[in-house]
Ligand binder design. Structure first.
Ligand SMILES: Cc1cc2nc3c(=O)[nH]c(=O)nc-3n(C[C@H](O)[C@H](O)[C@H](O)COP(=O)(O)OP(=O)(O)OC[C@H]3O[C@@H](n4cnc5c(N)ncnc54)[C@H](O)[C@@H]3O)c2cc1C
Ligand code: FES
Length: 240
């Protein structure tokens, strides 16, 4: 884990309230890992966790939605501005062989792009609330991209669990709202396809020290920052 100050290469709005932040530098993150990110001195107090969207020899990028003060401050960044990064953190996606499906809902698509790029032959299922974005970017690195949107603004009208069928896959990796992940767990269990989910929790330290990000699993409480954020879905207690 490193603590570094990075420079903004670009910070581009890709949809309403959604930005792609690219930072210069050399990084070692694996797909599914995250960084604690800050672009302010003392207020807000805490850095904000963001998954790695992409990484290459020139830098790293994060796809984020504007939620509150921290992400609003990030959205104001311009090229050349400084950003503090702690990471890479967490365990990332497992390295499995075979046919892999990547399923993302909303900003849950963020940790899937780099995974698709590394896997090379994954099928990607993207679910949006309204108009889809970054679909062409996913299409360049995935075997197949299927899209849903709740408004019918692009792809199939509905939610991503309407377009995903687990049959024929060796594993599925997913990120998105908890009800979506719980629904995927049910269909993947029925099809006997191993499902790994990237969970979100409010984080303070990001490194396993404060227990603020604890979630219930069949083995007891686990820290999303240190034991996750990726967990086998079979271990997650969804109503915990
Ligand atoms: C491991 C991990 C990876 C993440 N990766 C991404 C990513 O790639 N892209 C992205 O857009 N977001 C991601 N998030 C969520 C992101 O960290 C929060 O949206 C961000 O911290 C909000 O900060 P804020 O100051 O803008 O909002 P705040 O003012 O802190 O909160 C605004 C609202 O969002 C809610 N909220 C804040 N953080 C979370 C959270 N972690 N889970 C659920 N609700 C929350 C609050 O309850 C509040 O209602 C990730 C979270 C985790 C734990
Ligand atoms: S955020 Fe402190 S233990 Fe996870």
């Amino acid at each position: 884990m490193d603590v570094v100050e990075a420079r903004v290469a670009s910070n581009v709005r890709v949809a309403a309230g959604v930005f792609l932040l690219k930072l210069e530098g050399k990084y070692s993150a694996a797909p599914g890992q995250f960084y604690m990110v800050r672009a302010w001195a003392r207020d807000p107090l805490l850095s904000r966790p963001l998954s790695v969207f992409d990484r290459d020899e020139n830098g790293i990028s994060f796809l984020y939605g504007v939620r509150g003060r921290g992400t609003e401050l990030l959205s104001r960044l311009s090229p050349g501005d400084a950003v503090g990064l702690t990471g890479p953190l967490g365990n990332g996606w497992p390295q499995r062989a075979g046919r892999i499906a990547l399923v993302g809902g909303g900003l849950g698509i963020a940790p899937l792009y780099y995974a698709a790029k590394i896997l090379r032959n994954a099928d990607v299922y993207l679910g949006f609330a309204d108009a889809p974005y970054l679909v062409d970017e996913f299409a360049r690195v995935a075997a197949r991209v299927l899209v849903s949107s709740e408004t019918g603004a692009g792809g199939t009208e509905g939610v991503v669990t309407d377009i995903f069928r687990p049959d024929g896959y060796d594993a599925c990796y997913a990120c998105g709202p908890l009800p979506m992940l719980a629904a995927l767990d049910r269909v993947c269990r029925r099809a006997e396809v191993p499902l790994h989910v990237s969970l979100e929790a409010r984080m303070a330290c990001g490194v396993g020290a404060c227990l603020g990000c604890a979630v219930r699993t069949v083995h007891g409480y686990a820290r999303v920052c240190r034991d996750g954020p990726v967990f086998p879905a079979s271990e997650v207690i969804w109503d915990g």
